[in-house]
Design a protein around this ligand. Structure first.
Ligand code: NI
Length: 138
């Protein structure tokens, strides 16, 4: 794909700090780091405003002694089309970490994440959505 050059005005300090962080993160140049940020922004904003196809993961932590597993399993069986895989990790005697891979329309995936994250007993969690760049072009 052809690259388009453009200029932006930014405080010198911010650019210096950005370059340092980009280098630390392994980027070979500023443009590549900025492109990644822009893709992330576009996918996130499109996912909020348009019902695009997305993939992602929902990460949750809970105490398994509080009957959460039954509720979670029941819920997940009701959304078998969007929930494509689940990884369960026993963190310590009480706590479990679950990483749930999801795929579907942005609207549905957000609703599923909201419903799971707001379940009583879920201690912390987060949804990360992404998309195949070619599939979100309009
Ligand atoms: Ni466990």
């Amino acid at each position: 794909m052809a690259l388009y050059r453009f200029g932006i005005a930014v405080e010198r300090e911010l650019v210096d700090e950005f370059d340092r962080m980009a280098e630390r993160a392994g980027y070979s140049n500023r443009s590549e780091a900025l492109r990644d940020l822009m893709r992330d922004f576009v996918i996130e904003k499109k996912g909020e405003t348009e019902d695009i196809p997305v993939v992602g993961s929902i990460t949750i932590i809970y105490n398994h002694r509080k009957r959460i597993p039954e509720k979670l399993t029941e819920y997940q069986h009701g959304h078998e089309e969007e929930i494509i895989s689940t990884m369960h990790i026993h963190l310590d005697r009480d706590h479990c970490l679950e990483i749930i891979a999801v795929r579907g329309s942005a609207r549905k995936i957000k609703k599923i994440a909201d419903q799971m994250l707001s379940m009583k007993g879920i201690l912390h969690g987060k949804l990360v959505i992404t998309a195949i760049p070619e599939q979100i072009k309009r």
